[in-house]
Design a protein around this ligand. Structure first.
Ligand code: AP5
Length: 222
């Protein structure tokens, strides 16, 4: 028998490295990456009514209302690929009401990873972040610049990646973090996100491998 797929939740302040670590985790573990922010940005780009409403909140660094975001995330989690391969939920839930809504529909994480990074470092990470619209890869002008001219020429910046807006997003994050943490105390592991990305991944990799080994051992002892 094969062990149950992993169900992981990753959280942390804006620019703590959630998206960067999710790229590395999905590459090794094949989990389906579901990022609330990415789902919302796709909705904004579609120009829909919900997208226009969401953008107003995102520009202010506020949480988008639950009626827009909750259904999107629930629908994506329910897709067969996420059920078969396991999921990696990024940036959701961000409030106790979102956490409770998720519990009600039966989506509970096995592990809650919290990336911790000092605030002054976060602002520099946001302002230097660039995205490749073709591959979806995340770069940083100073820490991870692209290695070819073609990619460098097409990089874009997120509309909420200014110093002023990241400070607003940080405020929202601090207001909500304790509520969410208190609901996942039993499965939370804090990871130092203020280290080179390979070193951060090494900590996460060990946690996930440990979890899979525990599961395999449990099956073996049945
Ligand atoms: P969201 O898209 O989730 O943004 P965020 O939480 O602000 O997080 P980021 O995507 O900015 O950062 P990240 O942690 O992924 O960092 P990254 O890996 O890119 O949400 C945006 C908005 O959507 C919210 O403000 C809200 O309005 C709305 N929203 C989202 N979820 C919602 C919800 N559940 N309910 C309601 N509304 C919601 O890294 C950042 C930079 O640092 C990159 O340039 C990267 O290259 C660099 N970097 C990464 N790791 C390292 C490292 N170890 N060392 C040096 N540099 C690094």
């Amino acid at each position: 028998a094969t062990p149950e797929p992993l169900r992981i939740k990753i959280s942390g302040a804006p620019a703590s490295g959630k998206g960067t670590q999710c790229e590395l985790i999905t590459r090794k573990y094949g989990l389906v990456h579901i990022a609330a922010g990415d789902l919302l940005r796709a909705e904004v780009n579609s120009g829909s009514k919900n997208g226009k409403r969401a953008k107003d909140y995102m520009e202010k660094g506020l949480l988008v209302p639950n009626e827009i975001v909750a259904l999107m995330v629930k629908e994506r989690l329910s897709q067969p690929d996420a059920q078969e391969k396991g999921w990696l939920l990024d940036g959701y839930p961000r409030s106790s009401s979102q956490a409770n809504a998720l519990k009600e529909v039966g989506f509970e994480p096995d592990l809650f990873i919290l990336l911790e990074v000092p605030e002054e470092i976060l602002v520099e990470r946001v302002v230097g972040r660039r995205l490749d619209p073709v591959t979806g890869k995340i770069y940083h002008l100073k820490y991870f610049p692209p290695d070819n001219e073609e990619v460098a020429a097409r990089l874009t910046q997120r509309f909420d990646d200014t110093e002023e807006r990241v400070r607003l997003r940080l405020q929202t994050h601090h207001q909500n973090l304790e509520d969410v943490l208190s609901l996942y105390q039993d499965v939370t592991v804090k990871v130092n996100g203020n280290a080179p990305k390979a070193v951060v991944f090494d900590q996460i990799d060990r946690l996930l491998t440990g979890l899979l080994e525990q599961r395999k051992a449990a099956i073996g002892s049945l």
